[in-house]
Write a protein that binds this ligand. Sequence first.
Ligand code: FAD
Length: 719
Amino acid sequence: MASSWRDNLPLETMAKERQNPPFNVRAMSIAQHGTEKELLLKEKFMLEISRDPIFYMGDVHDLTKDQLRERTMAKIGSLVHCVQNESIEHFTKRMELIGLFDPGFWTRFGVHYGLFLGAIRSGATANQFSYWMEKGVVSCKGMYGCFGMTELAHGSNVAGLETTATFDEQTDEFVVHTPNIGATKWWIGGAAQTATHCSVFAQMIIRGKKHGVKTFIVPLREPQSFQLLPGINIGDIGKKMGRDGIDNGYIQFTNVRIPRAYMLMKHTQVTREGQVFEPPMQQLSYVALLQGRVSMVVDTANTAKKALTIAVRYAAVRRQFKSSAEQEHETPILDYLLHQRRLMPLVAQATAFAFTALNLTKMFEETSASLEAMEPGPEMDRALEQLKSTHISSSGLKAHCVWQTLEAIKQARLACGGHGYSSYNGFASMEADFAVHATWEGDNHILALQSGRSLVQSYLEALEGKKSGDATDYLNDLDNVLKRKCKGGDALLDLKHIEEGWGTVTAHAVKKAGEDYQSHIKAGKSKELAFEEASQSRFVAAMVHVSGFIFRQFKQAVDRMEDKGDGVKEHLTRLAVFYGLWRMEEQGSFFLRSGWLSPADFDAVQAKVTDFCADTRKYVIPLVDSWSISDHVLNSPIGRWDGDIYRAYFGRVRQQNPQLKAHPYFEKLIKPFLFRPDIELEDYDEAIGIDDEITEIQEEREEAAAEAKEAAEAAKNEK
Ligand SMILES: Cc1cc2nc3c(=O)[nH]c(=O)nc-3n(C[C@H](O)[C@H](O)[C@H](O)COP(=O)(O)OP(=O)(O)OC[C@H]3O[C@@H](n4cnc5c(N)ncnc54)[C@H](O)[C@@H]3O)c2cc1C
């Protein structure tokens, strides 16, 4: 069919959106990726996966669970050489991209390289690490690992896990055992079909004494035959809400014996005689926790950008209604003010998340590198203090970014109307795959509560005069911080002033949580109970703190940026202000309650947010272009770069749903349905004759009554 002007209108519309961008798009892209090197690397990986047939994703929405799992396994085979031949930095970048594009694969690969190998890296002594290297943990030759922490009846409370690892001094072995059904390892990614080994979290018992949860490497299957080893019982936990490319399973251990040296002993050591040496510094475990959360924040930023790139590009070319009969074409939905209100703040938020992720990654890499090089002493204490401060923010940060991104995916889907609901446009799987982030790597609510707990502790320390670290510096000079007020007017466009506002409001929220806690302590409650009673205000404090923290990360990134006159710094500054004010509007009750905003100031904030929505709309297409997500990675016909959405979407639907010559079940189901015979119901009345019988019964009763009456009257007359 020849193209009509109508077919080409979306292409032309999109091209116009890109005319005269107010900033240098390439420079903007570099700024958003941190460095040009990072951007080039991402572009290289995007090109590679777009040309690799194994990474074809056009049919993925129509595959069954089993087909997805098999294809995912094939990808592992194809990618494993990269692990062996690439630097960690490059490989991490590659995985970051693949996580965005194929989350099921990312998880299946990640349980081995992230969780299993990660457990060995962080928990093994140097000798143990060499041993597992020789066994093939990096090359994945002869072994593939899974991560066995969660149990059927226990998840978040790791200390309450029930699997036991009892030391047998006679044989120098640990005996790993599942004592009851609730202690069955559950959700274990890779266990059902892939893994030969598992890093098992179990209660260590020595001479009858419990020493807490430690990690043990337990062989599960004989790699050549893939037969389960003695005492191991494994099953598949089946279909999930998303990420079906990974085979989650359950594991039960029945008196499984492993050598003592299979317990990871970098931190806690157990000698041949059963003597236990605990680590001097528990805080080092922050490093491992932080790494997981940093990668989660990176993924939230990337996923939010992916969803919004699709929704924003679609909105630029999707047209509905004319405002006058003279208007040549219908209006692009992106020009409707309400549509701008729905999407533009989320664009600013995704940008803020990305800068937060960049800052956090850098900080994490620097701190963990310097920690590794340090000997215990004051320098290490300072680094650990810095780590602790970031840890406070990072747990709440993971929760907030995941919740907000889940909501952003949903809003982006809704902004695409009916086409957002088609699996081929990517939102359905994006939402289902992403949703699990709220539960794993620490359940969101629990993390938020932990963050709130640390904030309360920082507040109490501040009352005693201890200086708070960077992330909570609003607790220093608390009396003055609490009294600060918004200056209104153009001060609301000043990043520094907005930062002060967030500081004041967060200080109020943290003070409220701290006072709640103190009141329960004064009432005689234990520390744990007082924290529990204050859980709601702790949660609120954490959520307010995180919004302010993200705003600060964005502000600091912009402050550090050199102004090269290419519009990049100017527009990122606008977006940072936009983000800070929008969050202020979203969490307005706290700003009003704290007194930092008056009701009139709040109105001004709202008006400015509306202005920023219209302002951002003007350059939003070049802005999402600068996020640099290829069409292949987007895998959504309605989000494609050139705007040719209808041809692409129609093509994808036809390709995946070929018009069959013969209907698959017309003869079997539809024809018999359409031409089914009428059901002839039996005439029960005629068959049973119940109505005639009722008439007869009535007549007999009336006759008997008349006879009785007559007899009674006759008797009366005789008297
Ligand atoms: C797809 C998928 C893959 C997974 N892969 C693995 C894996 O490979 N290996 C592994 O070990 N685990 C895995 N997990 C498990 C995951 O880590 C756990 O689900 C997670 O730790 C949460 O634990 P839970 O499910 O027991 O929830 P629970 O801890 O039972 O929480 C249930 C609810 O109660 C709330 N809650 C709990 N305690 C409190 C409290 N004190 N105060 C207030 N609210 C509370 C929580 O917020 C949550 O909403 C996976 C999970 C999923 C869904």
